[in-house]
Design a protein around this ligand. Structure first.
Ligand SMILES: [Ca+2]
Ligand SMILES: [Ca+2]
Length: 103
């Protein structure tokens, strides 16, 4: 297997885990706690991540150019938004931290 193919498989796996949103927490994916994650990307300091902030977070987690990366980022962002259980358009640290936040 070439190094490039291994890389592609790795990002595909990361995308699936992000879409699932169950096996792996967002915090674990970025190797940071949810509170630290919100603190890092909450640029307007309202205590939650709005769509622009989530986009910035995903871009930081998955750098790279091209359609594959765009699709991966879109998938990850969609996975994160399944955690917005109160549907206020913001992801709080509690929503990011919960293993199954909408249960
Ligand atoms: Ca915010
Ligand atoms: Ca929310």
């Amino acid at each position: 297997m070439t190094e490039r193919n291994m890389f592609r498989r790795a990002i595909a796996l990361a995308g699936m885990l992000g879409l699932c949103g169950c096996a792996l927490s967002v915090g674990a994916l970025l190797d940071a706690g949810s509170t630290a994650l919100v603190a890092r990307f909450d640029t307007d300091r309202d205590g939650g991540l709005d769509p622009a902030e989530v986009t910035a977070m995903v871009a930081a987690a998955v750098p790279g150019k091209g359609a594959e990366f765009d699709a991966l980022r879109a998938g990850l962002a969609a996975g994160y938004w399944t955690r917005d259980c109160n549907r206020d358009g913001r992801l709080s640290a509690a929503e990011l931290a919960a293993g199954d936040p909408c249960a």
